[in-house]
Design a protein around this ligand. Structure first.
Ligand code: ATP
Length: 335
């Protein structure tokens, strides 16, 4: 008997320059705000989905070990959605590997669910265009909607009722031909975060008095960001991205109880980014739900920035990324 090769997809994480933070519908995974990101060329997730009609249930392997608890539940719920769309019922075997630490604020959920959407749709014979694929990936993780696309992508929050927004919330590419910066990632702590992004954003939306004002200013940031990207203006892009991220962290710090992802090492790196700027090196920081810092700079300054970050947080590892490709299926020969 020939083993069904299934479908294998590769997707890369993305880092938002205008952040997604807060869901208005947790069931349908509908964000409150639009977001805009750069897909990276590092830390891919590789996911294979193979149908196993004889198996009693789905089997999910994450980084070589059986997935358990919430991690398994999210993947099985996602497969249920794919099966519903495809009108199929067979269980599947999922094998997924992240090149990045899982759940450390390095967007493993983005690359993870983008790869699962593409491999899952292919394995169950769903023929989806990129918009439909992005909409599907969003149901796994909102940020995954953006990792379907390479380079820069905007994810629309969608308007109207949840049902309307479910159709209108997806990502699409933002063409920026003349902007190819470096993103230097300082991994100050690669361990799993104490509070998941999901729990943290829920608490922020429910209790932070700063959340609404950040959401309003984020919409204005997005408009300015699009202009800055079109101009290929690193300083403007960086300034807007940095204030948008710091504002998002301010909403969390004002939540009750506070959610604080920034560690002493994060602050040391932020100080060093300010020092670089004061010394004539354009460098701008952004942070997600975790202590790691991503620094946007010119490619020609990347080595210098990397060295400065290493020096600011001894023991941290530093990885330099650039804009990367969208999610893609592996062909037979590559498997
Ligand atoms: P960020 O806050 O930057 O998005 P993150 O994506 O690492 O960081 P979470 O949003 O908390 O953090 O998501 C991590 C969760 O995503 C994991 O606990 C797991 O449930 C899910 N996940 C991660 N990688 C995969 C994968 N390859 N396949 C399926 N699910 C994954």
């Amino acid at each position: 008997q020939v083993l069904d090769p299934g479908a294998t997809a590769v997707a890369h994480p993305n880092i938002a320059l205008i952040k997604y933070w807060g869901k208005r519908d947790e069931q349908l995974m509908i964000p409150y705000v639009d977001s805009l990101s750069m897909t990276l060329d590092v830390f891919p997730t590789t996911t294979t989905v193979r149908l196993s009609p004889e198996a009693p249930a789905d089997s999910v392997t994450l980084d070589g070990s059986p997935a358990e608890g919430e991690q398994r539940r999210r993947v099985v719920a996602f497969l249920d959605l794919v099966r519903e769309l495809a009108g199929r019922t067979e269980p599947a075997e999922v094998d997924t590997r992240n090149a990045v630490p899982t759940g450390a604020g390095l967007a493993s959920s983005a690359s993870g669910f983008a790869a699962l959407a593409l491999a899952g749709a292919a394995a169950y014979g769903l023929d989806l265009d990129p918009t439909a694929l992005s909409r599907l990936a969003r149901r796994g993780s909102v940020s995954a909607a953006r990792s379907i696309f390479g380079d820069f992508a905007i994810c629309h929050a969608g308007r109207g009722t949840s049902e309307d927004a479910d159709l209108d919330s997806y990502a699409e590419p933002v063409p920026v031909p003349d902007f190819d910066p470096a993103l230097v990632i300082a991994l100050v702590d690669a361990g799993p975060k104490a509070v998941s992004s999901r729990a943290a954003m829920r608490r922020t939306v429910e209790t932070s008095p700063l959340y609404r004002s950040w959401a309003t200013s984020s919409a204005a940031d997005l408009t300015e960001m699009r202009v800055a990207l079109r101009r290929g203006d690193l300083d403007a892009v960086g300034e807007i991205a940095e204030r948008n991220a710091l504002g998002m962290h301010a909403t969390m710090l004002a939540a009750r109880p506070a959610v604080r992802y920034l560690s002493p090492a994060t602050v040391a790196v932020l100080d060093r980014v300010g020092w670089l700027r004061a010394n004539g090196v354009p460098a701008y920081a952004t942070m997600d739900a975790g202590p790691n810092v991503k620094v946007l700079c010119h490619r020609t300054d990347a080595a210098r920035v990397a060295e400065a970050l290493r020096d600011a947080a001894p023991g941290c590892s530093v990885v330099t990324a650039r804009r990367g490709p969208g999610a893609r299926l592996r062909t037979g020969a590559e498997r």
